[in-house]
Design a protein around this ligand. Structure first.
Ligand code: PAF
Length: 279
């Protein structure tokens, strides 16, 4: 397993692999890898000859008062993990390698990026789409793997690839949870012991929403209200949003028809966590 820091090195390696007829699976990450990332790497290994993992805490997708500086980083531990899982190449650039002086090209999407996380993080998806675009251009993968925990991000990337005629497949992989139901996230490390317990309101309230849907409820408002009511009982929790949206367009729905995404972002103390399910 190789770790490289420059675009030229990734390009050389990928060019060589493609010449030899190998397919490339790509897992873009911001590092501090956990089993959620692990599941993406394993899936990429199953379906491709070579697996590239990028580890880059992308400054462009953080707002001015967000956690760019404190975002957890551990490249040594991450490298061992990728190696254990059979990854072949880690791309771990410095910000200057990705954004040199005078950088001024952005991928700005509308509609899908304006709802859910886009409301409280208005520049976030522009940063995500721009960096993912750059990474796709650098790595030139056949397949790229994203977690369903960031369901909005996944829907946006799929749409971007379609809209911009990018020649690769986007593969979504199921949410990986702790035994008690908390969705795995690098940001879970911010939680104190008390907050860690309180964070269970996310998965538990979603379960309540899912049960309502399974019992035949077709009223998105009722599902939302039941989830909100449960979360509001937890004093350490503060809701950013809880929404029931069309799974493709991310627009809010009133009646449950077709596939919907029930998604939330909730602060537990100062830590903003997201979770969701599709129905
Ligand atoms: O999901 C993430 O970790 C990031 O948003 C991504 C896709 C690696 C882009 O920086």
């Amino acid at each position: 397993m190789k770790l490289v820091k420059t675009i030229v090195e990734v390009r050389e390696q990928v060019k060589q692999w493609k010449k030899e007829g190998f397919t490339i699976g790509f897992v873009p990450t911001m590092g501090y890898l956990h089993e959620g990332h692990g599941s993406l790497i394993k899936k990429a290994r199953e379906n491709n000859d070579k697996v590239v993992v990028s580890i880059f805490v992308n400054p462009m997708q953080f707002g001015p008062s967000e956690d760019l500086e404190s975002y957890p980083r551990d490249i040594e531990k991450d490298s061992k993990y990728v190696e254990e899982l059979g990854g072949h190449l880690i791309f771990n650039p410095e910000p200057e390698e990705m954004y040199d002086d005078g950088f001024c090209s952005y991928v700005d999407m509308s509609v899908l990026t304006e709802e859910l996380c886009g409301l409280s993080r208005p520049t976030h998806f522009r940063g995500v789409c721009t960096v993912v675009n750059k990474l796709f251009n650098i790595v030139q993968p056949n397949n790229a793997y994203f977690g369903e925990k960031d369901a909005q991000q996944l829907a946006i990337i799929k749409r971007m690839v379609k809209d911009l005629n990018m020649d690769l497949q986007i593969v979504g992989c199921p949410i990986v949870r702790e035994e008690d139901g908390l969705a795995k996230s690098s940001r879970n490390t911010y939680l104190s012991e008390e907050e860690r317990k309180a964070a269970l309101v996310l998965s538990k309230s979603l379960k309540i929403g899912k049960e309502l849907l399974e019992s035949g409820c077709k009223d998105a408002g009722k599902v939302r209200d039941a989830i909100v009511e449960y979360i509001e009982k937890e004093p350490l929790a503060r809701i950013d949003y809880v929404k029931v949206v069309n799974a493709l367009t991310m627009q809010q729905v009133q009646d449950i028809k077709g596939e919907v995404l029930v998604a939330m972002a909730v602060y537990i103390g100062n830590t903003r966590l997201i979770d969701n399910f599709m129905y």
